[in-house]
Design a protein around this ligand. Structure first.
Ligand SMILES: NC(=O)c1ccc[n+]([C@@H]2O[C@H](COP(=O)([O-])OP(=O)(O)OC[C@H]3O[C@@H](n4cnc5c(N)ncnc54)[C@H](OP(=O)(O)O)[C@@H]3O)[C@@H](O)[C@H]2O)c1
Length: 177
């Protein structure tokens, strides 16, 4: 196992240089929520920058650093854990704006990346794991980790990289952008 701080992109090239094997499925899973709850009143530069570094910049720059390994694999799947909260179409409450914005932005960057990497046969999957009883999701969440993980595995297995791009939930349903 190797550790990586997703908020430290200056370390990614060295990290990637240490990986020579092909990567069938790269999963960008790590994320932070920010204060719970938070509203527009809580938006501040340092806090927002931290959330953007981990949720937005980190996944994109790590995917870029490891792209050759993914393109050299049979699987060719580049997966990022996003959230339904990053959807413009599904936003009715306006809660947690910094988290929402970080996920909306990673969706856009990954969409751009999907266009760039399509000629290499790499597909980009943006995956919503459901509302899950993890540290982030909390005890009130709908889903246990095992059910979410099983769904995530099915969705990743069923994703065909020639599809190029999808925004999909753990249960296989596509989400509104
Ligand atoms: N749980 C939900 O209901 C839910 C819903 C929608 C989307 N998501 C998304 O699903 C993903 C996983 O969330 P989760 O529920 O498992 O969250 P979690 O319980 O809070 O766990 C977050 C994970 O991210 C890691 N992490 C945080 N900052 C990091 C950094 N700078 N560098 C490396 N790793 C870092 C943490 O590592 P340490 O333990 O070492 O800090 C931890 O393993 C996230 O992207 C989240 O936004 C979750």
């Amino acid at each position: 196992m190797r550790r990586l701080d997703l908020a430290a992109p200056e370390t990614f090239e060295t990290f990637a240089a240490g990986i020579t094997a092909p990567i069938d499925v790269l999963i960008n899973n790590a994320g932070i929520f920010g204060p719970k709850p938070h509203t527009i009143a809580d938006v501040g530069p340092a806090l927002f920058e931290r959330i953007l570094r981990v949720n937005t910049l980190g996944p994109v720059l790590l995917a870029r650093a490891l792209l050759d390994r993914v393109a050299a694999s049979e699987g060719k799947k580049l997966v990022t854990m996003t959230s339904r909260m990053g959807s413009f179409g599904a936003n009715t409450s306006g809660s947690a704006p910094m988290y929402r914005a970080s996920k909306a932005a990673v969706n856009m960057l990954m969409q751009c990346l999907s266009i760039e990497v399509a000629p290499r046969g790499v597909g980009v999957l943006l995956l919503h794991p459901g509302w899950v009883r993890t540290t982030m999701g909390g005890e009130q969440a709908d889903l246990n980790v095992a059910d979410s993980a099983l769904g995530i595995r099915r969705v990743i297995d069923g994703f065909d990289p020639t599809e190029r791009l999808a925004l999909r939930a753990w249960d296989g349903r596509d989400l509104p952008w």
